[in-house]
Design a protein around this ligand. Structure first.
Ligand code: ADP
Length: 415
């Protein structure tokens, strides 16, 4: 069974992979909890914000239609998957682990308890007075919501004034109805922690009953110094030296163990400090959405197929990534407004090495830049023999795109 929060591109990739493997799949989604079969795709309607009840529904379903494995796509479904897998006896991550991966405060506590080096960290309520919190923090620091992702609401503060402004901005973000609707242990809190200086990398891996098998190490060649931390370019293989790469894998494995992660895909973000790699976070899922397209393995299989094979207990050897370098650019939103369109897509696609340009912004829809926003204008994919070529192709293609973003009209005033 695939558990997916959205009916998006990523789900299609997994359904295609399942078809290729001739694995029959059932779907569990939280698109609608009122109607049965709302999307006429036979999906089991679930609510991932109620993981216990959702897991019970999955277990009931498995009584009449036996399941062999459960795969969660994205972060939100992981808790339901963990509880259902525990009840059905499938190897996956224990619910304690998936809970920690969805709660940055809990994750820091578990990493610290396991003796891993972590920056100082404090949790504050969104209702606290930020000025009163100042005595407990140092600078530079980073403030962030406990459970959002894609750098949404993550802000660097270098001074007390920065801290107060960032705190108020995150508190306002958390108060939004679309966030409070997911009310749980995280939506009323924010975390402040020491700023970790250093280059950033992302490790894609597969945990196999506790053993980490690295799949790909991505460099993030754009400096991420703040005050906001929008993702842009990911390129693999990494240009870090072999010793650094080994230290990254070792650090990610220790973090996964500290978080009690056990089986299935992980996506770890780390910074390389002068004292060695430091974990920013580990997610109990693969790299998000369209980005998984950047990864192919030598046997010709792509990441979704690999994850399905692993969950279903099918052979996945050998795991070597294909020789070519690959990269993706998440196209940042330069400023807010209404998205009107883009020129230059064909010119961008024509850049040597560029495989595709996928524009995901929708015309006439509002765009919200970071830190409140968490989406991109689209994605550029490139492949080449060397990572520096891939990076250059992504940047060149990006320069050829001309986005039209209209300012939002001020609300009409009554005469
Ligand atoms: P999310 O789950 O939203 O991605 P993260 O905690 O991973 O949140 O933060 C997003 C980005 O913000 C990171 O990729 C990193 O660039 C930056 N960041 C977060 N925490 C820190 C920190 N303590 N020091 C330096 N940069 C940080």
């Amino acid at each position: 069974m695939l558990l997916a929060a959205v009916k998006g591109y990523e789900l299609r990739l997994f359904l295609d992979a399942a078809r290729k493997l001739e694995l029959p799949v059932a779907l569990g989604t939280d698109r609608c909890h009122v109607l049965d079969n709302p999307w006429r795709d036979g999906a089991l309607p679930l609510r991932f914000e109620e993981p216990e009840a959702s897991a019970r529904r999955v277990v009931d379903f498995a009584r009449s239609q036996p399941l062999a494995a459960i795969v969660a796509l994205g972060d939100r479904a992981t808790q339901t998957a963990a509880l259902a897998c525990q009840a059905l006896g499938f190897p996956y991550n224990p619910p304690e682990a998936t809970a920690a991966c969805r709660n940055k405060f809990l994750a820091r506590q578990m990493l610290e308890a396991a003796g891993l080096p972590v920056p100082w960290f404090r949790r504050f309520s969104r209702h606290d007075a930020p000025r009163a919190c100042l005595a407990q923090v140092a600078f530079p620091c980073v403030l962030k919501p406990l459970a959002l992702s894609a750098s949404q609401g993550v802000i660097r503060a270098d001074t007390p004034d920065d801290f107060i402004a960032a705190f108020e901005r995150i508190a306002a973000l958390l108060a939004r109805p679309e966030i409070q609707v997911h009310k749980d242990a995280t939506t009323d809190w924010l975390l402040a922690e020491g700023f970790i200086a250093g280059r950033e990398v992302a490790l894609e891996g597969l945990l196999d009953r506790g053993r980490l098998r690295p799949l790909a190490l991505f460099d993030k060649p754009d400096p991420m110094e703040g005050p906001y931390f929008e993702e842009t370019i990911y390129v693999t293989p990494s240009r870090e030296d072999a010793a650094t790469q080994a230290a990254i894998v070792c650090c990610a494995e220790q973090a996964a163990r500290a978080l009690q992660l056990f089986h299935g895909p992980i996506h770890a973000e780390l910074r390389l400090t002068t004292d060695g790699p430091r974990v920013l976070e580990v997610a109990a899922r693969a790299i998000g959405g369209l980005c998984s397209r950047a990864l192919r393995f030598r046997t010709g299989i792509a990441l979704p197929e690999l994850i399905l094979r692993h969950a279903a207990g099918l052979p996945i050897e050998p795991l070597a990534r294909e020789d070519a370098a690959a990269g993706v650019m998440m196209i940042p939103i330069p400023h807010g407004g209404i998205y009107e369109g883009v020129e230059g897509v064909e010119e961008a696609r024509a850049v040597p090495g560029v495989e595709d340009v996928a524009i995901t912004a929708k015309e006439e829809h509002p765009l919200e830049p970071p830190p409140e926003g968490s989406s991109y204008l689209g994605f550029i994919f490139a492949r080449g023999s060397l990572p520096e070529e891939v990076e250059a192709a992504l940047r060149q293609a990006h320069r050829r795109l001309r986005f039209r973003i209209a300012p939002r009209l001020p609300l009409a005033r009554k005469a």
